[in-house]
Design a protein around this ligand. Structure first.
Ligand SMILES: [Zn+2]
Ligand SMILES: [Zn+2]
Length: 332
């Protein structure tokens, strides 16, 4: 009982930090554009003849953007459709299903969720409504955390931020646990499940390689034109750097799908890697010179000037404290 209470307390504290961060973040130019966007018309991007992605808004969930803030994707295999991260709400999942039906009449045969964060898996509900037997895969750490209360915590958070957009969304948890290293045969296509490090963006990140389509789904290990998420306390920045290095070493991959921001090639991934490695090296340099995190903040930010236009840059000051803690831990 005590353990449960403590865990719920920690969850509440985490959410409070998240909300504080959101509420104190200045309105960025991106947000204004996003509010005016017609989410229904967001185009389906044909990555390869069989791989499709919809670019979600690089934003926090709001009613105006229909909480459409991740990149739902799908692969049309010889005998069915495999969905990866069907979105942040039932409504987003339904938009995705409309797009799937516009390109194929094959059924959805599997869903894969890249990690524990609700913006990637609340859309499971829409797909399960249409395909009640569909298996939903995720890393076993994601399933454990979701079962331990993070499902409700995420849903409550999103209901507060975008109540209209989240209307009707029910929790449909992933139910097929993965460890990483599996080669799943789904609909006649091979999906390699990579779990490159124990902790990167979270402790539950899988990357999904579709070798037949030369495509790698990166989850939130990589974001394009976005400086991390709002939960640096869950991340291990050395792990993010290592995981991206492994992603770039996979043979024959041409198409990389980040969790947020536009798809791209190696250059997009290398650009994000450069943000991570510059941030880590800069914090280490000033740590070695005996500076505290608040003393190095402005100098580190000036070394990251190339990323100033990225969404979330204003939150990087807070991220520096977490990177600092990692550097300090490595020093012991
Ligand atoms: Zn995430
Ligand atoms: Zn995300």
């Amino acid at each position: 009982m005590l353990a449960t209470t403590t865990f719920k307390g920690l969850l509440a504290a985490g959410i409070a930090v998240f909300l504080t961060c959101i509420l104190s973040a200045p309105l960025q130019a991106h947000d204004v554009q996003i509010a005016a966007a017609d989410v229904k018309k967001m185009p389906l991007v044909n990555v390869t003849p069989s791989v499709y992605v919809i670019h979600g808004m690089v934003a926090l969930p709001t009613n105006e953007n229909k909480a459409f803030i991740n990149n739902p994707g799908f692969v049309v295999t010889p005998s069915g459709v495999v969905v990866i991260d069907p979105g942040s709400s039932t409504g987003v999942g339904e938009i995705l299903l409309d797009h799937i039906r516009s390109v194929t009449d094959k059924p959805v045969v599997a869903i894969i969720n890249t990690h524990v964060h609700g913006d990637h898996w609340f859309g499971n509900h829409a797909v399960r409504k249409a395909y009640p037997e569909v298996p939903i895969y995720a890393h076993e750490n994601a399933i454990e955390r979701i079962l331990n209360g993070e499902d409700q915590a995420w849903l409550s958070l999103f209901m507060r931020m975008a109540p209209t957009a989240m209307q009707g969304t029910q929790i449909v948890r992933p139910d097929h646990g993965l460890k990483g290293g599996e080669a799943l045969e789904l609909g006649g296509e091979t999906f390699n499940i990579l779990y490159p490090v124990q902790k990167a963006h979270t402790d539950s990140d899988i990357m999904i390689e579709v070798p037949g389509e030369q495509t790698l789904f990166l989850g939130d290990v990589v974001m394009n034109q976005r400086a991390f998420g709002n939960r640096p306390h869950e991340s291990q920045f050395s792990g993010i750097e290592e995981a991206i290095g492994i992603a770039l070493e996979r043979p024959n991959i041409k198409h990389y799908v980040p969790g947020h921001g536009k798809i791209g090639g190696r250059e997009m991934v290398a650009n994000f890697l450069s943000l991570v490695s510059t941030l880590r090296a800069s914090v280490k340099k000033y740590y070695d010179a005996g500076q505290a995190d608040f003393e190095m903040r402005d100098k580190v930010l000036s070394e990251l000037d190339a990323y100033r236009d990225w969404y979330g840059f204003d939150n990087l000051g807070r991220t520096i404290s977490f990177v600092y803690l990692e550097v300090e831990m490595d020093d012991f």
